[in-house]
Design a protein around this ligand. Structure first.
Ligand SMILES: [Zn+2]
Length: 420
């Protein structure tokens, strides 16, 4: 039993300021199993401590059409996700670099399962990567967790560091985006002839593209992501008649939100706004954060529907992380920050502190700030423009989890630290 889901980034003629942008796209499907019980923990800090004991996620990637350099770029994208997620089961990715019709950048088809014993919700499709993580065992032996196609005819920037030329798309950024869909950032919504639906997608919607795993009958059931969709009045879309014209109106209302408790907390106590344009765009609508709410330069721009040439997005923002946590992922922020920052030779210690926090990098740090789970900046200061360890005192701050944002000569990094 599986489910699958598809996400992608389509090229469009959408103009974004002065640059050609890409429309990012996502679509899914799934498969059945059984339910368990729902459990949400709003106390992020408490969950952080408990989750330190779990295993950091790992990826197993099968490449088709990739050179060693190109594989290294995809590897980095996977490492960025692995650093923040926990799973005892390797995440299996089928990555293909091939010519694609109609000029999309890439497309992700997530595999899926429902009704497995550890599923928090019954009647709900989960991406297999998450289903496996929740179950602690592999539910889809012999199948990939996601197929990701990348368009070999596009002009890609394959380097993992440096400035992206204005005429190229940054591959690592697009790969991170697509993997995000494969991990569960995906809706099963569709609007056809004015009628909106959840869980009525079929392979025909994406032909001639196919998946390496069976595409199940979605049974008009939502994805776990869909369970958090609410309209401007706070009405959950899964409560509406499916399919229906009214559901279609909500899906194209331009007023659609993700009402997960952790995502809401990370978004300043406001449910994150999703991309729901008045004209439904299959694979782009619903399944992304709203472009204008999280524009280029925003910490959470990774999962918005458009990306431009010359743009690099290698960070997974706090709202995006919290949305994944609401879906059921166990996050690994403390190890995540260490892994991310160590990769860039920036040391932060300790990441669980009563007050003192030290930062050191073999280059100049220019600026840093701490952001709380409400999205408020609680500490902001310029860093000494010299290569010396920087001391921060967090003793006056309330206990909890904070997002650390550091800017230096080598770029910008984000990660999490916890105050006891
Ligand atoms: Zn997308």
């Amino acid at each position: 039993m599986h489910y699958l889901h598809l996400s992608e980034r389509w090229i469009s003629n959408y103009l974004k300021i002065d640059n050609v942008s890409i429309k990012l796209f996502t679509i899914p499907l799934f498969w059945p199993q059984r339910k368990a019980m729902k459990h949400f923990c709003i106390c992020l800090f408490a969950t952080l401590l408990a989750r330190q004991l779990s295993a950091q996620a790992s990826f197993q990637i099968t490449y088709t059409g990739f050179t060693a350099t190109q594989q290294a770029a995809f590897d980095l994208a996977a490492q960025r996700w692995a650093a923040i997620l926990q799973s005892a089961v390797p995440i299996k990715v089928n990555a293909l670099l091939v010519p694609l019709p109609s000029g999309p950048l890439g497309i992700c088809f997530p595999n899926g399962r429902k009704e497995f014993a550890a599923a928090p919700f019954s009647g709900t499709w989960y991406p297999t990567a998450l289903a496996n993580a929740l179950s602690g065992e592999e539910l889809n032996a012999g199948e990939y967790d996601m197929d990701i196609y990348f368009n070999s005819t596009q002009s890609w920037f394959w380097d993992t560091a440096g400035t992206v030329p204005s005429h190229q798309y940054d591959f690592v950024s697009v790969a991170m985006h697509e993997i995000g869909h494969g991990l569960g950032f995906v809706s099963l919504a569709k609007v056809s002839n004015g009628e909106g639906s959840l869980g009525l997608l079929s392979p025909d919607d994406f032909a001639p593209l196919t998946t390496s795993f069976p595409w199940p009958d979605l049974d008009s059931l939502p994805s776990v992501y869909d369970r958090f969709l609410v309209d401007q009045n706070g009405i959950h879309l899964i409560e509406l008649t499916n399919p229906s014209v009214f559901l279609g109106q909500q899906l194209t209302s331009n007023e659609l939100y993700f009402a997960g408790p952790q995502a809401t907390a990370a978004n300043g106590n406001s449910a994150p706004r999703l991309y729901a344009p008045n004209t439904f765009s299959l694979g782009s609508s619903i399944t992304h954060l709203n472009e204008s709410t999280y524009p280029a330069g925003h910490p959470d721009e990774l999962m918005t529907p458009f990306v431009s040439k010359g743009k690099k997005v290698h960070n997974i923002g706090p709202v995006t992380r919290a949305m994944l946590a609401d879906l059921g992922w166990k996050l690994n922020p403390l190890q995540g920050i260490q892994a991310e920052l160590t990769n860039h030779r920036l040391a932060v210690f300790p990441t669980l502190t009563h007050g003192p926090l030290w930062l050191h990098a073999p280059y100049r740090l220019n600026k840093l700030m701490l952001v709380n789970v409400q999205g408020q900046i609680v500490l902001k200061q310029p860093a000494p423009r010299q290569e010396e360890p920087l001391f921060l005192d967090l003793s006056a701050l309330p206990a909890g989890c904070y997002l650390l944002v550091v800017r230096g000569d080598g770029g910008q990094w984000t990660g999490r630290v916890a105050k006891q």
